[in-house]
Design a protein around this ligand. Structure first.
Ligand SMILES: [Zn+2]
Length: 62
């Protein structure tokens, strides 16, 4: 278990706080613009797209 006492937050170019996370799907390290919560899966950008309910079939924008 890794626990960081200090808030490790970086900001992306849009000024959003980015939090380190590990993708629950592919296991890659990624950063998410929200605080990852315990017990809640976090997905990297690619997997997020995969897991999100597609509104349009076959839309691949990444
Ligand atoms: Zn992933």
């Amino acid at each position: 278990m890794e626990e960081e006492k200090s808030e490790h937050a970086e900001r992306d170019k849009f000024g959003r706080e980015m939090h380190d996370a590990v993708c629950s799907d592919c296991g890659k390290k990624c950063q998410v613009p929200f605080k990852p919560m315990e017990g809640k899966p976090v997905y990297c950008r690619e997997c997020f797209q995969k897991h999100r309910k597609p509104r349009h079939e076959g839309s691949r924008r990444w």
